[in-house]
Ligand binder design. Structure first.
Ligand code: C2E
Ligand code: CA
Ligand code: CA
Ligand code: CA
Length: 277
């Protein structure tokens, strides 16, 4: 019994060791990812239901690791947040999205808007507004062309700082979207305190609106809530015709999801936008 226990422990510790080494390896490679041009932004178009046109896209980060292949943000953004690497990565996202906006403006002469995702650390370290101003100014971009997507959990840690930061971005004309709405822990009173222009209904509610009465009722309620607060409402994760129809019938403003279009590399996204114009 003693041996089993010891072996058990050894096995466990070897496993731990592996996981820690893997994690350390990821962390090390993430440190170099920007400099080695391994990061890119893909873009997922948003469909405006009233006009049937595509006026905006969400930028979603991708990491192509030379050995491990494509790593999804769900797997490396948490590491970036724990290590503080989210600050340089977040700054890169702002610059890269701005470069893309300028490129589309110059090539296409059309007013595409881009939404970027921001994490809690960027909202509380006090440099976000300056970074955004600098990126937009250096390229002569209209602040109206940028939307910042934040989650409720991103706002909460340092609330006052976050509210100030969002306020100053909004005064510049940048739009603020509350992402994953309905999944956070905050109460509805947050909606009153936060300067928000857009509510994004989380995919978990959208996925069964067509066949689950509760989800349908929740989504209708969120749409009405957003409109009563003069906000635009976007549904994410739309995968079926039935979901799209439900959202259209109930007055949702914009939809995003695989049914309509997956996230695409910038060139392919541009092709898509050209076709849909
Ligand atoms: P999110 O902001 O909620 O983004 C939506 C996620 O759902 C994306 O996953 C997108 O590819 C996926 N998606 C879109 N349509 C559908 C659909 O119809 N069905 C399904 N099943 N999924 C759909 P992705 O690209 O893996 O990103 C995951 C999360 O990583 C994002 O969730 C966001 O929180 C975070 N993230 C992505 N890019 C960035 C970034 O540049 N900075 C930060 N801080 N976070 C980012
Ligand atoms: Ca988002
Ligand atoms: Ca979301
Ligand atoms: Ca989500």
């Amino acid at each position: 019994a003693k041996d089993v226990g010891r072996n058990g422990f050894q096995f466990y510790s070897a496993e731990m060791n592996n996981r820690m080494r893997e994690r350390l390896y990821l962390e090390q490679s993430l440190r170099n990812a920007i400099g080695l041009h391994q990061l890119s932004l893909w873009y997922q178009p948003k469909l405006d239901l009233a006009s049937g046109s595509v006026k905006s896209a969400e930028a979603l980060i991708r990491w192509r690791h030379p050995q491990l292949g494509m790593i999804s943000p769900g797997d490396f953004i948490p590491i970036a947040e724990e290590t503080g690497l989210i600050l340089p990565i977040g700054a890169w996202v702002i610059e890269e999205a701005s470069r893309q906006l300028a490129k589309w403006r110059d090539q296409e002469n059309q007013d595409i808007r881009v939404a970027i995702n921001i994490s809690a650390y960027q909202l509380s370290h006090g440099k976000l507004t300056d970074q955004v101003i600098q990126a937009l100014d250096s390229l002569g971009l209209d602040p109206q062309s940028l939307t910042i997507e934040v989650t409720e959990t991103a706002i909460m840690p340092q609330m006052d700082k976050a509210v100030c930061e969002l306020q100053s971005l909004r005064e510049m004309g940048i739009r603020v979207a509350l992402d994953d709405f309905g999944t956070g822990y905050s109460s509805l009173t947050y909606l009153k305190r936060f300067p928000i222009d857009i509510l994004k209904i989380d995919r978990s509610f959208v996925s069964d609106i067509a066949d689950d009465e509760e989800s349908g009722a929740i989504v209708k309620t969120i749409i009405n809530l957003a409109h009563n607060l003069n906000m635009t409402v976007v549904a994410e994760g739309v995968e079926t015709e039935a979901q799209l129809e439900f959202l259209r019938t109930n007055g949702c403003d914009e939809v995003q999801g695989y049914y309509f279009c997956k996230p695409l590399p910038s060139e392919e996204c541009l092709e898509f936008l050209r076709c849909r114009r």
